[in-house]
Design a protein around this ligand. Structure first.
Ligand code: HEC
Ligand code: HEC
Length: 332
């Protein structure tokens, strides 16, 4: 009960900084509101924003970026593309614990999904790249990923008259197909990748029957004693921040990049939309299923001083509660 209440108040404070003033309506000392009111508050916290319509130019850039995302000319040997690892059918990830490099060996980390990144504030599990444009340069120039290099990529694409015409339309005023416009187009496409609406969104919009009883129990654990919402809050279900959630230490994570804290192997909170499609999980792909993720949070945490204070210690879930939490995650 105490956990449930403190998690609840924490989220009210977070959403207050995002412009919602529920915390004023319900100060920290308030009695817990009745369930129906509580659901209204959660609905406001998980509500999707109005879609932002793209203007004509942005639409052209998105369409061009969609082509480039699948274009193997961005790889040195013309044999792979962004979509080799970020596969649309796998929620823009690849089903592998860790991504496969050009030489067939695994890279160091799991391929993340690419949903709802338009509002993300940093990229990669350690957040080392500040924009989608800067991120897109990395795979094109990294030896064990695509490795064409920006100059070669631009030269190859320029040699394609039809593509050159599309660039000219999407980037009016530019005299030649530039490295920057390749990155801009890829980023425009990625910003358009919004996770599809699900039954959870129907529940958020007010359809009380959109989730069954088990899924609703899972939701109550997610926002209640599980404490999940303190990091996976908001419609994208991420706080855009970095935490140590008590996995085995195998990677310095954010501690190795500017902005990180020495000694704290923290990773970016992934958004959980479409999470049933993006197994295996975590930065190292070490948890094969959602059941394994729930077992991690409820019993398998590694205790160390850097473990995030927001992770609920000694989370006790019985088999039914575990199954309910997994069922809820599958509605996202
Ligand atoms: C070899 C597989 C592979 C290829 C090819 C690849 N990626 Fe990735 N991508 C990854 C992995 C692995 C990560 C996470 C790496 C890390 O965090 O250090 C990642 C991370 C990202 C992220 C960060 C997502 C987030 O939530 O922070 C974006 C965006 C992205 N890739 C876009 C692209 C684009 C665009 C291309 C093509 C130009 C591309 N990727 C090519 C494997 C790949
Ligand atoms: C302290 C913040 C925090 C809390 C609390 C938290 N998470 Fe996470 N979650 C994270 C971070 C950070 C990661 C990535 C960790 C890593 O890879 O090292 C993550 C990863 C996940 C993933 C894997 C997603 C993917 O794409 O790989 C799932 C699923 C998940 N959490 C669900 C939950 C559930 C369910 C709860 C509640 C029982 C919970 N989380 C509580 C921060 C948190």
């Amino acid at each position: 009960m105490l956990n449930r209440l403190s998690g609840f108040v924490l989220v009210l404070a977070l959403s207050a900084s995002g412009g919602v003033v529920w915390s004023q309506a319900l100060p920290r000392s308030a009695e817990q509101p009745p369930p129906a009111d509580r659901d209204q508050i959660w609905r406001s916290i998980f509500a999707r924003p109005q879609p932002r319509p793209a203007d004509a130019l942005e639409t052209k850039r998105q369409a061009l970026g969609a082509l480039l995302f699948f274009d193997k000319r961005l790889s040195r040997d013309n044999d792979r593309s962004c979509a080799t690892c970020h596969q649309p059918d796998n929620g823009y990830s690849d089903g592998e614990p860790r991504a496969r490099g050009r030489d067939g060996t695994p890279l160091t980390r799991n391929t993340p999904h690419l949903f709802n990144l338009a509002d993300a504030t940093s990229f990669y599990w350690d957040g080392r790249e500040p924009t989608l444009e800067q991120q897109a340069r990395v795979p094109i120039t990294t030896d064990n990923e695509l490795a064409a290099g920006m100059e070669t990529a631009a030269a190859r694409l320029s040699a394609d008259g039809e593509l050159r015409a599309r660039f000219a339309e999407a980037f009016p005023g530019e005299t030649e197909l530039s490295e920057m416009s390749i990155l801009d187009a890829l980023a425009a496409f990625e910003r358009s990748l919004v996770s599809p609406e699900t039954r959870f969104d129907a529940w958020v919009r007010g359809d009380a029957d959109a989730l069954d009883e088990t899924e609703l129990l899972g939701f109550r654990i997610f926002v209640g004693k599980g404490g999940c919402v303190s990091c996976h809050g908001g419609w994208r279900m991420t706080d855009d921040s970095f935490h140590d959630v008590g996995l085995p230490l195998n990677d310095p994570g954010r501690s190795a990049v500017p902005g990180g804290v020495a000694g704290i192997a923290a990773f970016k909170t992934p958004g959980l939309r479409q999470v049933s499609k993006t197994a295996p999980y975590m930065h190292d792909g070490s948890l094969a299923t959602l059941d394994a993720v729930v077992d991690h949070y409820a019993g398998n945490l590694i205790r160390r001083p850097s473990l995030s204070p927001n992770v609920v210690r000694d989370l006790d879930l019985d088999d039914g509660e575990r199954a309910a939490l997994v069922a809820f995650l599958k509605t996202l």
